[in-house]
Design a binder for this molecule. Structure first.
Ligand SMILES: Nc1nc2c(c(=O)[nH]1)N[C@H]1C(S)=C(S)[C@@H](COP(=O)(O)O)O[C@H]1N2
Ligand SMILES: [Mo]
Length: 528
């Protein structure tokens, strides 16, 4: 029974880690061929997000920002490492305990994978099942090596009910350190190689290749030319157009959904006269509109950088919806992405003539995969969480009193009009400046209303009117700047904007939840 009583705990941990590594590496390899999203670690992490209460998700978003997902995956791996070590220690006592531990692992993994909203069904369980089988094989192999040759034979007969006094061994089975370590090294190589191969196969199956091949049609309605005075080109000031690689990214997807444009369809159903399903080719045959629109995240803190401005190309949502025929009492468009995320967008906003788009391109290239390729929504004037569904595949015409979108039960407002905001880009908070003439500059936004005025004050003094850059329309942010004679000492700079509806930003501070932060961006600089 206690055939490895001589094996130390570190040997158990090593056996567990390498067996776990073989399991994960194999799972990644199989997932590479089946479906990269069916890798159980990602599914478990994704499920953790969905099962966590809103304050926890918010805390993670705030603490780790863009890195919240990598941190979460790291956390899952740390937990897995702990469990794997325990499984290894148990397996050295008795292999069946180790197998039982692995089985629990497998069940959790399979459950997480097949219950993901974008799951492809039973086939998605394959990576986990094959991974666990490979892990079990590695576990028993390593346990036997740890027990040495004699232990190995003893183990075999023990399994058939014999005792340690088996005459062939004649002695207590030994702990074979050398054979264990060579086995561990071999197992680690197998784990690493299969993980690497799986990663690469999965990567090649992504849609980036299809994306590069796409030829974009020319717009029937081109964007208004960007006025020459739209960009002050001040160093440190956000450029009028945000480059795709600099554009903020927010989504709940741990692995970016890979949607092939050849397989993509958009189904429009619910409160419509004629449910329709359109393909990517259908969409591109419709007249395309180009528009410069600033996108903002509701989670953006005052002064934060979850805002960007891009030139979008797409089909007006209103045009597509008219094909389906909206019913009169519908007030919500519940859009769903390929990975199950949902947005609830007010019907009247989308139908009022603004450039609400099913966008296919961003700044002159097909949508980057992380920004929703092949098709996403862009609606000027609404925060992204209620309007900007990336990888959109389904649109249900419904009512706010019948359906709820992803963030609503998680503590965010069902509707999310953008709040008028302004931000100081230069100087930066805490900067040291030379006394004398300097420039204060930033951006302000009030999408679909437009910015009419920006005022700046220093040390709580008089509000001074900033110079406003030109804009092509009310849907983009607007640069502003002001010259300032900086005197030595510490100074506090504040900004506030007034939109074209005559509303001036309130000083009242509010956090992002539930419907967007308020307050004046305020920073302090040191002038010497
Ligand atoms: N599929 C999907 N679309 C989504 C989200 C998401 O989590 N999943 N997040 C929304 C939010 S909260 C914002 S602010 C914008 C951000 O778009 P971006 O990542 O292209 O900047 O996407 C929206 N669309
Ligand atoms: Mo957002």
């Amino acid at each position: 029974m206690q055939r490895n009583s001589m094996a130390p705990a570190w040997a158990g941990a090593l056996v567990g880690w390498v067996s776990g590594g073989v399991a994960l590496g194999t799972a990644l390899l199989v997932a590479g061929f089946v479906r990269p999203e069916a890798f159980p670690v990602l599914a478990v992490a994704d499920a953790t997000i969905d099962l966590s209460p809103a304050p926890v998700v918010e805390f993670a978003k705030e603490t780790f920002g863009f890195y919240d997902k990598p941190v979460l995956v790291g956390g899952v791996l740390v937990v897995l490492a702990g469990v794997a070590a325990a499984i290894g220690v148990l397996a050295l006592r008795r292999l069946a305990y180790g197998f039982a531990g692995l089985a629990v692992f497998g069940v959790v993994g399979v459950l997480a994978v097949v219950t993901r909203p974008d799951s492809a069904g039973g086939l998605d369980a394959l990576p986990t099942v094959v991974g666990v089988a490979a892990g079990a094989w590695a576990l028993s192999w390593l346990v036997r090596r740890a027990a040495g040759e004699r232990g190995h034979q003893a183990a075999d007969v023990t399994d058939h009910g014999a005792t340690d006094e088996e005459p062939r061994t004649g002695a207590e089975p030994a702990f074979d350190r050398r054979r264990l370590l060579t086995g561990v090294a071999g197992g680690a190589v197998v784990a690493g190689a299969s993980a690497l191969l799986g990663w690469q196969v999965g990567d090649r199956r992504t849609v980036s290749a299809a994306r590069v091949r796409l030829a974009l049609p020319t717009p029937a309605t081109p964007a208004k030319p960007i006025p020459a005075g739209a960009d002050f080109r001040i160093s440190g000031l956000s450029p009028f157009i945000t480059k795709n690689q600099d554009f903020y990214r927010i989504d709940t997807a741990l692995i970016v959904p890979q949607v092939d444009p050849n397989d993509w369809t958009l189904r429009i159903h619910g409160m419509v006269d004629r449910p329709i399903e359109i393909t990517y080719a259908d969409l591109l045959k419709m007249p395309l509109t180009e528009a410069d629109v600033t996108l903002t995240c509701v989670s953006n803190e005052v002064g934060g950088d979850l805002v960007g401005n891009a030139r979008w190309l797409g089909v007006r949502m209103a045009e597509v919806l008219r094909q389906a025929g909206l019913q009169a009492n519908a007030d919500m468009l519940l859009s769903t992405s390929a990975d199950g995320f949902t947005c609830g967008t007010p019907v009247d906003v989308v139908m009022d003539g603004r450039d609400a788009l099913f966008a296919v391109a961003m700044n002159g290239e097909a949508l980057p995969v992380a920004h929703g390729f092949p098709v996403r929504q862009v609606v000027p004037g609404l925060y992204g969480y209620v309007s900007a569904t990336k990888w959109v595949v389904d649109l249900k015409v419904t009512r706010f009193d019948r359906d709820q979108a992803y963030w609503t039960p998680r503590g965010w407002s069902a509707t999310g009009p953008v709040k008028t905001q302004s931000r100081i880009d230069v100087p930066t908070s805490g900067a040291s400046l030379k006394a004398g003439r300097t420039t204060i500059a930033g951006v302000a936004w009030a999408q679909h209303t437009g910015i009419d005025a920006v005022e700046v004050r220093v040390d709580g003094g008089e509000w001074r009117q900033a110079r406003l850059a030109e804009v092509p329309g009310p849907d983009t942010w607007r640069q502003w700047s002001l010259d300032w004679d900086a005197t030595p000492g510490r100074h506090t700079i504040q900004v506030r904007a007034t939109d074209a509806a005559g509303h001036t930003q309130t000083e009242q501070q509010a956090p992002p939840a539930p419907d967007g932060a308020t307050g004046w961006h305020t920073l302090t600089v040191l002038v010497a």
